[in-house]
Ligand binder design. Structure first.
Ligand SMILES: [Zn+2]
Ligand SMILES: [Zn+2]
Length: 481
């Protein structure tokens, strides 16, 4: 099973489920099956997977469960329900803009600080400079030279352009997407680079020239060194500026719903009021009729606005007595599911995934080891226990918990996000690459290694933790070949 939708918290906490939770869990399972089906068919955009009655029959669930599943796959941009004759569940095309918007909004809502973003950028750009020198071909080189020429002529003011072309030269689709997201988030803290002084702009331009020089020469070490110096200078400059704060207008990312202008405005106003009134996750915003009254709009418009808010994971409507629209907690699980599926759609390979996992998870280990305390050790031990106790069919899912837990313990929202996307993608690829017998045989070995990593972390031994994690990840990537 491709458990991409199941939004269970890591850490092995498995309480008894209420009736509502059972329904949600069923819906997540159906959504996973739909996703698996779309992937197995080769993601045929526009193809009808089936009408509602056909799919109800196929999955053997109630209409209520099915509709919740449809909402999940719609939010993940995998498929969309089309009404009318010839309608049904239609395979959709996820857009990179929507993915980036959703991610930026998540990082904003999670309260990500600028230093976290920079830490994550350092990790990613270091990976880019490890890979680009050996993979960059003449087309990439020409594109890099083109950007440098434009920077020199002053016709390119977008500082991100060079970094985007470098990331593309690694031929790893996840590095391209991640770099773009973090670059965009960075600019949200200090506005456009237009406000930068000529001296700083010139220093940055020269740094770009020297980085490209090293990449063209195939000198990985030099490229990494120069990139590091470049980012440190930028971080230094940005942090000295008084205006450095998350300057995002979060309402700007509520995308355009077709022909739903008024609904979009309502969604923005609701979100603005969440921020202005300091509403917390779980706080009630209002009932459906209260919202109709407050915004002087029809029920249909309120429902469309709610759909947008739910899509962005900002609020959710609860039905029934005491129901209404409630503020949602920002969810790393929801946003990473969308990112993982987007990358899957764009043909990411298991080798691409492990290439980045090594860099990201070693950075995670560095941060987690510095923050270890009794409570975090207990959570890791809980993950280890669950790995041993989990039934066979849940073992691979259980084995990822410890990596998810470590990512959360890093205290860096940006790195956690990247790490979770990569873990989810690994999980997606297990089904096609590993037989159930292979998984069981691996289980003992993997659990033993996880135990050794936790032991090193608990001792506060950073080097040993890194060493064990590094060996573990390279062994894992070997199993997938
Ligand atoms: Zn730069
Ligand atoms: Zn592992």
């Amino acid at each position: 099973m491709v458990a991409i939708t199941a939004a269970e918290p890591p850490g092995g906490v498995r309480p008894k489920l209420s009736a509502g939770q059972v329904k949600t869990k069923r819906a997540a399972t159906v959504a996973d099956s739909i996703v698996a089906d779309v992937i197995a068919r080769g993601w045929p955009v526009g193809q009808v997977l089936g009408s509602e009655p056909e799919l109800l029959e196929r999955y053997g669930v109630s209409r209520a469960v099915f509709r919740e599943a449809v909402r999940l796959v719609e939010n993940q941009q995998v498929a969309r329900m089309r009404r009318g004759p010839g309608g049904g569940l239609v395979v959709a095309e996820p857009t990179v803009e929507a993915i980036i918007d959703a991610t930026v909004l998540y990082l904003y809502r999670a309260g990500t600080r600028l230093d976290e973003v920079f830490e994550a950028r350092m990790v990613l750009e270091d990976l880019v400079c490890q890979l680009a020198p050996s993979r960059c071909d003449e087309t990439h080189l020409a594109a890099l030279q083109q950007v440098l020429a434009e920077e020199s002529a002053g016709t390119v003011t977008d500082h991100r352009a060079l970094h985007a072309v470098l990331a593309a030269a690694t031929l790893n689709p996840a590095l391209g997407l991640f770099t773009e997201i973090l670059n965009r988030v960075t600019t949200l803290y200090f506005g456009s680079m237009n406000s930068v002084s000529p001296k700083v702009g010139e220093a940055s331009r020269l740094a770009h020239v020297r980085i490209v020089e090293a990449v063209a020469a195939g000198d990985e070490g030099l490229a990494r060194h120069r990139m590091r110096r470049h980012l440190e200078a930028e971080a230094d400059f940005i942090q000295r500026r008084r205006s450095t704060r998350m300057a995002l207008d979060p309402t700007a990312v509520i995308g355009a719903g077709r022909g739903a202008k008024r609904a979009e405005e309502v969604a923005r106003e609701v979100f603005q009021s969440i921020v202005a009134d300091g509403l917390q996750p779980g706080d009630m915003i209002g009932s459906e009729s209260e919202l109709m009254e407050r915004f002087k709009v029809s029920r249909a418009v309120v429902r469309e606005a709610v759909r947008l808010l739910e899509h962005h994971n900002m609020a959710a409507m609860k039905r029934g007595p005491g129901g209404g629209l409630f503020v949602s907690a920002p969810s790393v699980l929801a946003v990473t599911a969308v990112m993982a599926l987007y990358l899957e759609r764009h043909g990411i390979r298991i080798s691409d995934i492990f290439e980045i996992r090594a860099g990201v998870e070693l950075a995670v280990v560095d941060l987690a080891v510095a923050r270890m305390d009794d409570a975090s050790e207990a959570r890791l031990q809980e993950c280890l226990r669950w790995e041993v106790e989990a039934p066979d069919e849940e073992f691979t899912s259980a084995a990822h918990d410890i990596h998810m837990q470590l990512a959360a313990m890093s205290g860096n929202h940006a790195l956690e996000l990247l790490s979770v996307v990569l873990i989810r993608l690994t999980h997606l690829h297990e089904r096609e690459n590993l037989s159930p017998t292979a998984v069981r045989a691996l289980g003992v070995e993997v659990s033993r290694t996880h135990g050794a990593i936790v032991e090193a972390l608990a001792r506060g031994d950073r080097q040993l933790s890194r060493h064990r994690m590094s060996r573990h990840l390279s062994a894992l990537s070997g199993y997938f070949r």
